[in-house]
Design a protein around this ligand. Sequence first.
Ligand code: SAH
Ligand code: SF4
Ligand code: F3S
Length: 458
Amino acid sequence: MFYKIVTYGCQMNVHESEKIAGLLEQCGYSPLPSEDIAPDIIVFNTCCIRDNAERRALGNIGVVKAEKKRNPALILAVCGCMTQQDGAKDVIKQRYPYVDIVLGTRNISRLPEEIGKVLASRAAAKKSDKRYRAFDTEYLSDYLNVDENTPVFRTSYPNAWVNIIYGCNNFCSYCIVPYVRGREVSRSVDDVLDEVKSCVDEGYGETTLLGQNVNSYGNDIADRDVNFAALLRKIDALDGKFRVRFMTSHPKDLNEEIADAMAQSNKICKNIHLPVQAGSDKVLRDMNRRYTREHYLGLIDMLRSKMPDIGITTDIMVGFPTETEEDFRDTVDLVEKVGYSNAFTFVYSPRKGTPAAAMPQIPYEIKKRRIGEIIKLQNSVTKRLSENYIGGVYEVLVEDVAPKHAGMVCGRTDSGRLVTFPGSSDDVGKFVDVRITESRSASLFGFAEDKPFDKQNG
Ligand code: SAH
Ligand code: SF4
Ligand code: F3S
């Protein structure tokens, strides 16, 4: 029996798909070995952050109709953020009658039970309209207890994703996440430490701590000593050779204690993803981000004063309803000032039920021009910053064989920059000192310090 999981959205979903895989393995399914073989179960792990993410998922669920006709025994499940939107469950129920199971963001641990019920009802009922369909998107109060027992089938060696906090309390006015993932719930310090330790023991060279806002870790735990800075220090004190990254940091909650914990550590990467969204105070206020441009720029200075080589990345959104041309210029100016090593850029997409969706919207042509301009600017900044790496030696954790370059592998520096250099699949998971000899926009190229002959051979 084979499973196929189709994942949309952020790292949180990528990791949740690893839990879904763990549960399916427990039920006796194995990963689909080839696309030529028909799966016995397909799980769509959906995202609804922007309209296009949602449309893609719905389109692909539609495509499965034909597959289900060919193979009526196929089980089809839909999980993830989309299922948790107002009314989404009913839309799926009516428009996609061949979907067997719908589980919300806090119910995936129920998957084995629901698969069992679907199979039992199929065996019992000859008529297809009598068969059992599961629709459960209620938030379970004991979610975390259940979740701690969910097996994880990791798929991103040598990086291990580790959740530290679920949900979001921030309600940025454009964002659907708080509505589909509920309020913040932190995992216990011991559970996080145990998971990191076991990943290190299994040979994972890197752990990425996940949360919509990792900086508010511990706010919902009564013990006042539990906070993100303290957690970083405890993880740093664990034995073994490994690295730690985390995402995402909200600028309103990033403080000096967290920066000090990073700066004074050996294992926490000097790398931070600090989404700014916009450079204008008015737009930031309308977005309900709860920081100013000045505060944000102050954070950048604070981080760089403690960690001069820190790699800083961001998310930028253009076309928010109240963004004027002048506001957009403020974003352009901020991007020029900060010098991000990379930026994820998005066109604002109205999400039903969020405050910003009810505001008058900006024409698409204007959004399109603004996103084009910001991407072009960031590309030139990235290219300029890449050149600073040439000549230096950086420790790289090898992640994979390079997809586009035969005989090469790729991995990241501590600061999060992607490096490609000669190597083989045997190197995956190893730390290698690499001398950077060339840069091409965001990518760096070089040679392992202890293999100088590769330079002539390669
Ligand atoms: N919790 C993280 C990331 C949330 S989603 C944070 O607070 O930064 C990732 C990114 O998607 C956001 O940073 C934002 O830039 C973008 N995004 C969120 N809602 C969006 C919307 N309605 N339209 C376009 N982009 C959006
Ligand atoms: Fe969305 Fe804001 Fe929460 Fe991030 S912090 S998930 S952007 S509401
Ligand atoms: Fe998408 Fe949900 Fe992540 S809406 S971006 S998968 S939190």
